[in-house]
Design a protein around this ligand. Structure first.
Ligand SMILES: O=C(O)CCC(=O)C(=O)O
Ligand SMILES: [Fe+2]
Length: 280
C-alpha cells in the first residue's frame, strides 16, 4: 500500500484538524507523520473516531511511551488511562485554568491523547494556546529579557496535601506524601521535536524565575502570561462525540472550561512520556 500524506488543515488560533484518518488502525507511516504534525502544530484534532480503551492505549504507544500521571484517578480496569471526570454534583473541574501538564517534572510529559467519552449537552470546551506563536510575537526587548532565564516549576500548591484541589470537591487529586520536588527549566526551550523556540512558563505550575523570589518574578511572569493568552493565538475546541485531541505540552497550553454545572463530563486521557528540555 502506498503511504499518502495526511490531510492536515490548520485550525483557527492554534493547532490543526486531521481528516480522513482512522486512529484505531494507524499505520506506522501515519504514526510517524502524526508525530511530526503534532510537533509542528502543537495540537491535533480528530473527528468521528471510535476508539475502545485498548485502541486508545495502542494509539498512544504508537506516538510515545506512556507516562502514568501520579495524581489523576485511573479509569476502572485501565491503570494507564487517567479519568478526567466531573459529575453533575461536582463544582470543580480538572484543568480549569491555563496550564501545560507535567511542567513540574524533570522530564515533562510530551503530551496527551484525550478522548471524549461522555459530554454535557453544551459547554465543556477546551481552549488551546500556541506557545510557539507566543514566543515569536514577543517584542525584542522582552525576548532579550528572558533570554538565558530559567524558571522553577512545582506541583505541591496544586496537587499537594494543602494544594488547591484539597479544599475542592475533587479532593482525590490532592495527594499527600507524593514526592514532588521543584524543578527548573529554561524559560525559552528548544522544542525537542521541531527545534523551534517555545515560551515555556505557565500560570499553574511555574513558581518563579531561578534566583528571584516569587514577588520579584511576578511582574514579568504576568506580562508573559497576558501575552500568551491573546485570543488570536487560542483555539476553542468544541467537543463532539467521537472527537479526540492530541496535544504537545511543550508547544501549547490548555484550559478546560467549567461552564456545564449540573451535567456529567468524562474524558479519558493517556499521557505521553517526554524528555528533559534544553534552552533555545
Ligand atoms: O478536560 C479537558 O478538556 C482537559 C483537562 C486537562 O487539563 C487534562 O486532561 O490535562
Ligand atoms: Fe491538563
Amino acid at each position: 500500500m502506498l503511504d499518502t500524506a495526511l490531510r492536515i488543515e490548520p485550525a483557527a488560533g492554534c493547532g490543526a484538524d486531521v481528516r480522513d484518518i482512522d486512529l484505531a488502525r494507524l499505520t506506522p507511516a501515519e504514526a510517524g507523520q502524526l508525530r511530526q504534525a503534532l510537533f509542528d502544530h502543537g495540537v491535533l484534532f480528530f473527528r468521528d473516531q471510535t476508539l475502545t480503551p485498548e485502541q486508545h492505549i495502542a494509539l498512544a504507544e504508537q506516538i510515545a511511551p506512556i507516562d502514568v500521571n501520579r495524581f489523576f484517578p485511573a479509569a476502572p480496569g485501565y491503570p494507564t488511562i487517567a479519568k478526567v471526570e466531573k459529575t453533575a454534583e461536582q463544582a470543580t473541574n480538572i484543568g480549569g485554568g491555563w496550564h501545560t501538564d507535567h511542567s513540574y517534572d524533570v522530564a515533562p510529559a510530551l503530551g496527551s491523547v484525550l478522548v471524549a467519552r461522555d459530554l454535557p449537552p453544551s459547554g465543556g470546551d477546551t481552549l488551546f494556546a500556541d506557545m510557539y506563536a507566543a514566543y515569536v510575537t514577543l517584542d525584542a526587548e522582552t525576548k532579550a529579557q528572558i533570554s538565558g532565564l530559567r524558571a522553577v516549576h512545582g506541583s505541591d500548591h496544586v496537587f499537594g496535601e494543602k494544594g488547591v484541589y484539597a479544599t475542592t470537591d475533587q479532593p482525590e487529586l490532592a495527594k499527600g506524601g507524593v514526592e514532588t520536588p521543584e524543578t527548573v527549566h529554561p524559560v525559552v526551550i528548544k522544542h525537542p521535536g521541531s527545534g523551534k523556540p517555545v515560551l515555556y512558563v505557565n500560570p499553574s505550575f511555574t513558581l518563579r524565575f531561578e534566583g528571584q523570589t516569587r514577588e520579584e518574578s511576578l511582574p514579568l511572569l504576568m506580562k508573559l502570561y497576558a501575552h500568551a493568552m491573546s485570543m488570536d493565538r487560542v483555539h476553542t475546541l468544541v467537543w463532539q462525540p467521537g472527537m479526540v485531541a492530541i496535544w504537545d505540552n511543550r508547544a501549547t497550553w490548555h484550559f478546560a472550561k467549567n461552564d456545564y454545572h449540573g451535567h456529567y463530563r468524562l474524558m479519558h486521557r493517556i499521557t505521553l512520556a517526554g524528555c528533559e528540555l534544553e534552552a533555545a
